[in-house]
Design a binder for this molecule. Structure first.
Ligand code: GAR
Length: 216
């Protein structure tokens, strides 16, 4: 087994993915602890979700930037994560690009969920991009975060059909059902200490006592 996961969740919105992780831990299907929930949006619902489970939850300004976590804002987030003893960072609807400072503070320990089958449709409102493109399947991806945008090695993907009468809203809702399975599944793999990054590929070691090897 790897070191027990002490997860710091970063989110900007409703927090349904954070909820799925909290629920998996409480149900005993994920051996981890959520040590803090941090948000860059003062009234984000994710705060109430965390508080309802007794998890420290805090709004932290990410100023001076609007779309990235850098400079002073980045420093504040790193300090808070370290103060809570996080050893793993989970981006759950965190609507900012993270920069090298955070990546260096948590090497190979930052995960993101994206509402598309990467590498297709990175960026914003990916479910709408998939619908507009005419895709027959859509889905979600949990991946390690690297210096690119939605480019890191893929841990878990799950797919859903696109129905004839889908709207962006109905398709996103169907994708989110899968997201709520995918994130706990990826974290279970990380918690097992059996994940290895080999080039672009994430390999799951079958041996029970395999140790984590840094990526390339
Ligand atoms: C999720 O669908 C997540 O995949 C997406 O935001 C939503 C957050 O929902 N993330 C991105 O688009 C990141 N580029 P939640 O707040 O209910 O977890």
């Amino acid at each position: 087994m790897g070191q027990k996961l002490r997860i710091g969740i970063l989110g900007s919105g409703s927090g349904s993915n954070a909820q799925s992780i909290i629920d998996a831990i409480e149900a005993g299907s994920l051996d981890a602890e959520v040590v803090c929930v941090l948000t860059d949006v003062e009234d984000a619902h994710i705060l109430a979700r965390a508080a309802a489970h007794g998890i420290p939850a805090e709004f932290i300004s990410a100023a001076p930037y609007k779309t990235k976590l850098d400079g002073e804002g980045e420093r504040r987030y790193i300090e808070a994560l370290q103060a809570h003893g996080a050893n793993c960072v989970v981006l759950a609807g965190f609507m900012r690009i993270v920069k090298p400072g955070l990546l260096r503070a948590f090497p190979q320990r930052i995960l993101n969920i994206h509402p598309a089958l990467l590498p297709a449709f990175s960026g914003m409102a990916s479910w709408k991009q998939a619908l507009d493109y005419g895709c027959r399947v859509a889905g979600c991806t949990v991946h390690f975060v690297d210096e690119g945008t939605d480019t890191g090695p893929i841990i878990v993907q799950r797919c859903v059909p696109v129905e004839e009468d889908d709207t962006p809203k109905t398709l996103h809702a169907r994708i989110q059902v899968e997201e709520h399975q995918a994130y706990p599944e990826a974290l279970r793999l990380l918690a097992s200490g059996r994940l290895r990054v080999v080039g672009r590929r994430v390999v799951v070691d079958s041996s029970e006592d395999a140790t984590e090897v840094p990526g390339t």
